[in-house]
Design a protein around this ligand. Structure first.
Ligand code: MN
Length: 230
């Protein structure tokens, strides 16, 4: 059967050094996963992490220019390890979870912090703060078949050459296998799902003209520029 409007393109992320791309189905994000970041936002350290989503077409590529988004006066960066799944299922055991990983990348969970905080106070959903156009820049993926499954390594972000965020993958409260296992209790995970695994401390405001550079040692880097509002 043909479509009544043109079918949309499949969002994708290039795989480093291959000329091929990973097709993205859904983007899941972990809410809180580094202790120092939980403390800087004044949240309960003992709460288990929770998940929210961005739409696949909110991906943006390495080198992208993102216009300062609408409705916010506090637009912030959160550098995160991205995990790309090649398979999935429900109720995945943590000791089998890494078998479902295709590879890893560097991403930014761009956030309208003032709107996220207002939603939290009103006990409303987070979409307005988290889920907006180009809110998920992600750099080229590195296959696990090439780099393995990194459990440590520096994760960092700088703005205009000045370091803002710094942490280590080993500081994640819930590791990648545990995140996959936990998330698979609430939804059947599948090939093409991308999981952003939470951010270390140092989140801060962005302005038009800012040049962001971030990375995870052993995985890669990602550059994003912020422009005037569209
Ligand atoms: Mn985040």
């Amino acid at each position: 059967m043909s479509f009544v409007i043109p079918a949309h393109a499949t969002p994708s992320i290039p795989v480093a050094g291959t000329g091929q791309a990973f097709p993205v189905r859904r983007i899941w994000c972990v809410g809180r996963n580094y202790l120092e970041h939980i403390r800087e936002l004044g949240n309960d350290e003992r709460q288990p992490p929770f998940f929210f989503a961005k739409h696949a077409d909110m991906l943006a590529p390495d080198g992208v220019t993102v216009p300062y988004p609408s409705l916010t006066k506090d637009f912030q960066h959160e550098v995160e390890l991205a995990v790309a799944l090649k398979s999935g299922g429900l109720n995945i055991a943590a000791d089998k979870a890494l078998d479902h990983v295709y590879g890893y990348g560097v991403s930014i969970d761009l956030t309208r912090r003032d709107l996220q905080m207002a939603s939290r106070k009103k006990e409303q959903p987070w979409e307005i703060g988290k889920s907006f156009d180009q809110s998920a820049p992600c750099g080229a993926l590195r296959p696990a078949s090439e780099i393995g499954h990194p459990s440590k390594g520096k994760i960092w972000l700088s703005v205009n050459g000045a370091e803002r965020q710094k942490g280590d993958l080993s500081e994640m409260i819930w590791n990648v296998a545990e995140i996959i296992s936990k998330l698979s209790l609430q939804v059947s995970l599948g090939a093409g799902d991308l999981i952003l695994t939470g951010t270390p401390a140092g989140v801060a405001a962005l302005s038009p003209g800012d040049n962001i550079e971030c990375g995870v040692d052993g995985i890669g880097t990602l550059k994003v520029q912020i422009a005037e509002p569209a």
